[in-house]
Design a binder for this molecule. Structure first.
Ligand SMILES: Cc1cc2nc3c(=O)[nH]c(=O)nc-3n(C[C@H](O)[C@H](O)[C@H](O)COP(=O)(O)OP(=O)(O)OC[C@H]3O[C@@H](n4cnc5c(N)ncnc54)[C@H](O)[C@@H]3O)c2cc1C
Length: 385
């Protein structure tokens, strides 16, 4: 049998694409290499599933694929899920029950009960031929008129995403931009911060490259033996991953005026405090002492050091720790329907493309919205025949 469409990858984008085609006049086979569908989707948002953000715009995305409003602003995106969603004060949207597995279960139910969709688990695609012929690892061949490559990126290979599918796209002439881990811990020199290992501070992180501001993030900054982690660091990593000569500027009291910090230091000097104790009570003692090792001597210089603690970025931890892949199949080879310009009928959705989003639901939003665009193109095409 020749299917109308073969979807490779049963993760967020592949499952979502299949769900948009459920019970439509198109025969679909979905091949997932793992034993279960949606393994990574079930682990998202610390198990709570941060599906989208109320503030979605092109500005939240990086990469060479043009992420237009058409791709992003699909008002019906979450209507496929039979559940309620709520947003937190940062605009991050979650299922009201705060369980990512509910998202996977909902998509799995739609897809596995649809009359037109066949799901194959433990079915890894290893080679593609034009036409399309999909060669599975077990030697089986699948024939399909159209093909959607939804095999994800390289982040956290325990979810089946080891980057194997990029080579299958290259086979059709697609270029792959350099791949970097993103939404990930950052490596920094540890000489200044080694006394702080395990300590959590709340603050602002600004990333700069040769004086130019790349981005800012607020939240937890956690010190580790390789550098820094925490939600502010994950967020800022989207701006710095893959770049050279980047510095982090940590502000431990972002909402307090520098003159007020200077004033409290001045009072302590008048009271005869030791230099190492001048920030006690203002900051965590260990952080205060660490800052005092390099700060200047005047209250103003000390206050400035509290707001501008510099850590150069040496790199990131590996893909094993990252939430997403920066880089992927580049934009020049695909059209606005995310169809290949080199192989008609070959579509892409999700993280395999050279698109990555900021922290806060933007990556699942991309997985779903890109899949929705592919689904519409396939249905339109079917009607036109
Ligand atoms: C721990 C963690 C937490 C995250 N939290 C969030 C969050 O809260 N919000 C958010 O927006 N984003 C989050 N992300 C990112 C988000 O999960 C991904 O961007 C999204 O899942 C990408 O969807 P995808 O369909 O492109 O790839 P995936 O969901 O990774 O799915 C790809 C699928 O393809 C399969 N596959 C690979 N190769 C083959 C092959 N050759 N043949 C057959 N099948 C194959 C894989 O087994 C996998 O199931 C998180 C990521 C991680 C790792």
């Amino acid at each position: 049998m020749t299917y109308d469409l073969c979807i490779i990858g049963g993760g967020a984008s592949g499952l979502y694409l299949a769900s948009r085609l459920a019970n439509k006049n198109v025969s679909v086979i979905l091949c997932e290499s793992g034993e279960r569908l949606g393994r990574k989707l079930s682990a998202t948002g610390n198990g709570q599933g941060n599906v989208t953000n109320l503030n979605i715009s092109e500005k939240n995305y990086f990469g060479s694929v043009s992420v237009s409003d058409k791709l992003l602003l699909n008002k019906d995106l979450l209507s496929v899920f039979p559940m309620l969603f709520t947003a937190d004060k940062l605009g991050r949207v979650y299922p009201a029950g705060r369980q990512a597995s509910a998202l996977t279960d909902a998509l799995r139910r739609i897809v596995t009960t649809a009359s037109n969709i066949e799901v194959r688990l433990s079915s890894k695609a290893v080679r593609l031929e034009s036409g399309f012929v999909i060669h599975l690892q077990n030697g089986e061949k699948i024939y399909a008129d159209k093909l959607a490559l939804c095999a994800g990126g390289k982040a956290q290979k325990q979810f089946g995403t080891d980057g194997n599918a990029y080579a299958m796209a290259s086979r059709f002439g697609h270029k792959i931009s350099p791949l970097y881990p993103s939404l990930v811990q950052l490596k920094t020199p540890t000489d200044k911060i080694k006394t702080l290992k395990g300590l959590r501070a709340n603050g602002k992180v600004k990333a700069t490259q040769n004086g130019k501001v790349l981005g800012e993030a607020y939240g937890d900054i956690i010190f580790a033996d390789y550098g820094v982690t925490g939600n502010a660091i994950f967020a800022i990593s989207a701006f710095v991953s893959g770049k050279e000569n980047v510095e982090l500027q940590l502000s431990f009291l972002p909402d307090v005026a520098e003159k007020d910090i200077a004033e409290s230091v001045r009072k302590k000097i008048e009271l005869g405090y030791e230099r190492s104790e001048l920030l006690s009570g203002t900051l965590n003692n260990q952080i205060g002492r660490m800052i005092m090792k390099t700060a200047g001597s005047t209250p103003e210089q000390i206050a400035s050091a509290v707001k501008n603690f510099i850590l150069p970025v040496l790199g990131t931890l590996s893909f094993d720790y990252a939430q997403v892949t920066k880089g992927g199949i580049t934009g020049e080879g695909i059209n606005e329907n995310l169809e290949s310009k080199y192989a008609k009928g070959l579509y892409f959705a999700g993280e395999i493309l050279d698109v990555d989003g900021e922290c806060g639901g933007y990556n699942l939003h991309w997985a779903f919205s890109s899949a929705a665009v592919v689904a519409e193109a396939i249905l339109r095409n079917k009607r036109d025949i």
